[in-house]
Design a protein around this ligand. Structure first.
Ligand code: FE
Length: 175
């Protein structure tokens, strides 16, 4: 009886922790107050040393953007963000995706079916972890964003599977 009560208590505690985490995640999807600007013409590269990036980025941002890491699915602050606006690179603020192309993929990572401008998202073949995938990177700072797969919705049929850590959000403000 004692053990049954103890297990029930453990389940309840675990459940409340999970619920709290989910609601916290939703609340944390705050927007930045910066001007979204798409550069004209060719995109000029930003090159910084590993040390400089380490100083500018958080530990998690550095691991994902510079070391091609992946956040745990379901943990991203922007995963459930439904506000209208623009998703920019967390390292250099280059506009990458619009909320218009965000969709619910059920994968646990923010997903989009098209970049805001084909110039801002670079692609590279990735053969790591015994898989053949196409990596997507910020075309300005070469920050790792995620991967693109060919099982997305119409009209492109593409699924840009992006780490929320690699993105910042700028909300569209209606005057
Ligand atoms: Fe960038």
């Amino acid at each position: 009886m004692k053990y049954a009560l103890l297990s029930l208590l453990t389940v309840l505690v675990l459940f409340s922790c999970t619920t709290k985490t989910n609601s916290q995640v939703k609340e944390e999807a705050k927007s930045l107050d910066i001007k979204v600007e798409l550069p004209e013409g060719d995109i000029e590269k930003i090159e910084k040393s590993e040390e400089e990036w380490k100083q500018e980025l958080s530990e998690q941002e550095f691991y994902i953007l510079r070391k091609k890491g992946t956040e745990r699915p379901g943990t991203g602050d922007l995963l459930h963000n439904k506000k209208e606006g623009v998703y920019v690179c967390a390292a250099c603020s280059l506009p990458l995706f619009s909320s218009d192309t965000k969709f619910r993929s059920g994968t646990g990572w923010p997903s989009f079916y098209d970049p805001i401008d084909p110039r801002t998202v670079a692609r590279e073949e990735d053969y790591s972890h015994g898989m053949k995938r196409v990596e997507v990177l910020c075309a300005r700072c070469d920050g790792h964003l995620g991967h693109v797969f060919e099982d997305g919705p119409r009209p492109t049929g593409l699924r840009y599977c992006i780490n929320a850590v690699s993105l910042d959000f700028v909300e569209e403000k209606n005057p």
